[in-house]
Ligand binder design. Structure first.
Ligand SMILES: Cc1cc2nc3c(=O)[nH]c(=O)nc-3n(C[C@H](O)[C@H](O)[C@H](O)COP(=O)(O)OP(=O)(O)OC[C@H]3O[C@@H](n4cnc5c(N)ncnc54)[C@H](O)[C@@H]3O)c2cc1C
Length: 393
């Protein structure tokens, strides 16, 4: 397998590493204060990233990004992910939304939403999940949009609409064609968050997630122009899928960075803490933590690169993405957990980043599809392949 790490990407990775380790990580305490001083600190970091040509490197070139393919971006996003604020600082936090808009937005929508999104001037949000029905089965969504004249009138209830309280718009997935076959009933509509009837009920207190906010949103007869339809009517599931696939691989890339940082902290601690006659690094059990963590991280890195290369070839990589989504989330949990263990009581305090990384990692097994659903996708496909072509299996 060609791992695709060119000299150019190696160089970029080195520059990104300096930016994240020397500029972003030292500011994490301030960045946690998102409503206060953190905002100004973040804006300074964004300016610095732009000045160093580290901004929006994974967004398509035609819309003002660096145009990196998925493969090289694995190497880069792993570095960006070392800090949970990295993506915000270098303009890669909304890449799945820019990919979706790049594929489906009309010229007017591109001008109004996509360009400022890539520039980091506005944030997007996406509303699929609803409290009343299972988010893991989107065919159950109850939010509706009906056409009245040249306006969509949208009614419904969403939650976990991440970042809605800061976003300029929400791409709302809603039922527009109840009489159509089940998978053609839904469409996506862009709703500016300042539209009358769009109400943020609350920011939901969520375990972890200190770098984001997750909102409950009520849509009370929200009226938007017919032109706010994103992509073809009835193609909501296709559009959502084309956002979710890249979104999942970006999570996995970022998790590699979080896990690598926890791993480094674990090794540093093991090499310096003395107990029962020797350094922790000399204990067999601690060496097992180190070796198992290294193996899990490397396995995930290779699986992520594999999925990225399949995606760069133009395939959706449904199985490859589902594989790393559940395997990567577990890897992240396990590595941070061992790092905390090696730190003893210190690992449970806020004196190291590990406790907040651990809290944040838990959501990875849930968002963009719970583990069980991704395992189901993988197993169903493999079992079908085995049935259809056992000789090629
Ligand atoms: C931090 C965070 C951010 C999020 N951001 C967004 C966002 O921006 N926009 C958005 O629309 N949504 C968002 N979500 C919602 C997320 O995508 C959903 O939580 C997820 O799809 C699961 O839906 P649910 O919570 O309704 O769980 P349910 O669908 O009710 O599932 C509950 C549990 O049932 C089990 N289960 C479900 N299906 C199966 C199956 N087929 N086989 C076996 N077991 C199964 C699993 O254990 C699952 O955890 C976010 C969630 C989190 C935690």
């Amino acid at each position: 397998m060609d791992y695709g790490l060119t000299d150019e990407v190696r160089n970029l990775r080195g520059r990104m590493r300096r930016f994240i380790d020397e500029e972003v990580i030292p500011q994490e305490a301030e960045l946690l204060d998102r409503e206060g001083d953190g905002r100004a600190v973040l804006e300074d970091l964004k300016r610095s990233a732009k000045a160093q040509n580290l901004w929006a490197l994974g967004h398509p070139e035609e819309i003002g990004g660096g145009g990196l393919a998925f493969m090289p971006f694995v190497y880069l996003n792993e570095i960006i992910g070392r800090s949970e604020f990295g993506q915000l600082a270098v303009g890669s936090v909304s890449m799945q939304d820019s990919i979706m808009l790049h594929l489906y937005a009309s010229p007017q929508q591109r001008e109004r939403w996509l360009k400022p999104l890539v520039a980091g001037d506005i944030y997007p949000s996406v509303g699929l999940t609803e409290p009343e029905v299972a988010g893991s089965d989107p065919t159950l969504m109850q939010t509706t949009a009906r056409l009245e004249g040249d306006e969509w009138v949208i009614s419904g209830h969403k939650w976990f609409t991440s970042g809605a309280n800061r976003a300029a718009f929400t791409t709302v997935f809603c039922k527009t064609d109840p009489e159509a076959p089940r998978h053609l009933q839904f469409s996506s509509v862009i709703v500016p968050t300042d539209t009358p009837g769009y109400e943020i009920v609350r920011v939901i207190p969520v375990m972890g997630g200190q770098h984001g906010s997750h909102c409950e949103v009520q849509l009370n007869d929200v009226r938007v122009p017919h032109d706010n339809l994103l992509g073809p009517r009835g193609k909501g599931f296709v559009i959502a899928q084309q956002r979710l696939g890249p979104g999942r691989i970006f999570h996995c890339m970022r998790w590699l960075g979080q896990a690598q940082r926890a791993f480094e902290l674990m090794c540093l601690r093991a090499n310096s803490r003395f107990a029962h006659g020797s350094l922790l690094a000399e204990k067999g059990e601690i060496q097992r933590y180190v070796a198992e963590s290294a193996a899990q991280i490397q396995a995930c890195r290779l699986m992520t690169l594999d999925a990225a290369s399949v995606m760069d070839g133009g395939d959706e990589a449904r199985v490859e993405i589902s594989l790393i989504k559940f395997y990567g989330a577990q890897m992240l949990h396990d590595v941070i957990d061992r790092a905390i263990q090696v730190h003893g009581a210190l690992g449970l305090t806020a004196d190291t980043p590990l406790e907040r990384m651990y809290r944040d990692a838990r959501g990875g097994r849930m968002y963009d599809g719970p583990d069980e659903v991704h395992r189901m996708v993988v197993a169903r496909r493999l079992l079908k392949d085995c049935r259809n072509a056992p000789w090629a299996f």
